[in-house]
Ligand binder design. Structure first.
Ligand SMILES: Nc1nc2c(ncn2[C@@H]2O[C@H](COP(=O)(O)OP(=O)(O)OP(=O)(O)O)[C@@H](O)[C@H]2O)c(=O)[nH]1
Ligand SMILES: [Mg+2]
Length: 306
């Protein structure tokens, strides 16, 4: 006959002898409640706009870290084997064709298709290191709404920018910082991440490369919590750039001038009086992210802005 013994009355030796024990009585409801409280890791969608990137897309997709739970390739009517190579490399990839023309239209299509809690945008040309994705995700976990890569902050860099583009970039950055009262170190860079639930507040409409500026400017105007993380940009692995410096530079300039006039304030936001401003426009206080401390920002190579 086997005795039923409460585990709390067993010595170490008795428990090793194989006495049958019964678990301490715990109400079922409490156990369920504990499970429900356990934090679920955020799901992450990687959005990859691609136009004739058959020689680069495989390199990118092979390096996507495991924190990414969904990949959306937004094809820009490629005339090469971009889609075939993507499917071959990642059979689980979601492929969609953009509505409209241009990188901005492609990103907006990708954002609509994404189902993850977080969205990370990365180029398909192999100029951005997919391993950096975890930096962006960590900063979103910290409580930021938008995390933008920066080639020009400590720890970042680029071997891909011409003098002309660098000069244009810094002029536009300086203008944007003055216009929006920010201290960004980067403006025109496509590696960035955001919470999917802030998308409606961004009201994105841009079709071309100015989408990156529109995301940042609208995020500032909407009072979102923004951080930068260091990023390194290499030259595209193969093929030609789709960016035209003067055409796209002037579209970025127009976007900087326009966005400030938009009304993107959240009608549901409570007025805050006691929380110091850390992000966003001068004079528009926004809540501090729960876990965004200076210490953790530094550990991740990140920087909050305000
Ligand atoms: N779907 C789609 N993707 C695009 C379009 N234009 C550019 N892209 C993609 O957007 C990313 C960035 O474009 P690039 O041509 O590399 O522009 P860039 O990085 O400024 O130029 P480089 O420095 O020469 O690489 C790449 O993944 C392109 O394939 C487009 O119209 N549609
Ligand atoms: Mg590129």
């Amino acid at each position: 006959m086997t005795a039923l013994i409460s585990p709390s009355t067993l010595t170490d030796a008795e428990s090793r002898l194989g006495a049958v024990t019964f678990p301490e009585q715990r109400p079922k409801r409490k156990k369920k409640a504990r499970l429900a409280e356990a934090p679920r890791p955020a799901t992450v969608t990687l959005v990859v706009p691609a136009l004739n990137e058959e020689r680069n897309i495989g390199w990118v997709l092979e390096r996507v870290p495991s924190c990414v739970t969904e990949i959306v390739l937004v094809d820009g009517f490629s005339s090469d084997r971009t889609v075939a190579v993507a499917r071959q490399t990642r059979p689980d990839i979601v492929v969609t064709t953009q509505r409209g023309r241009g990188k901005g239209a492609a990103l907006r299509t990708g954002f609509e298709t994404a189902t993850g809690d977080y969205i990370v945008a990365i180029d398909a040309d192999g100029s951005m290191e997919p391993a950096e994705i975890s930096r962006y995700v960590a900063m979103l976990d910290e409580g930021f709404d938008l995390v933008k890569g920066s080639r020009f902050m400590d720890g970042g860099g680029t071997t891909d920018i011409s003098r002309l583009r660098a000069a244009g970039n810094f002029s536009l950055l300086g203008l944007a910082n003055r216009f929006y009262g920010c201290q960004f170190t980067e403006l025109c860079y496509g590696y960035m991440a955001l919470r999917r639930d802030v998308l409606p507040r961004l009201q994105l409409t841009a079709d071309g490369f100015e989408i990156e500026t529109q995301i940042v400017a609208n995020a500032v105007v909407a009072g979102l919590r923004i951080a930068e993380v260091a990023s390194f940009e290499a030259p595209r692995r193969s093929g030609e750039s789709n960016l035209r410096t003067f055409r796209d530079g002037s579209r970025v300039l127009r976007e900087i001038l326009r966005a400030r006039k938009r009304d993107l304030s959240d009608p549901l936001a409570q007025p805050l009086t006691s929380v110091p401003r850390r992000f966003g426009r001068r004079g528009s206080p926004v809540p501090e992210p729960a876990a965004a401390t200076a210490g953790s920002d530094q550990g991740l190579g990140g920087q909050s802005l305000g």
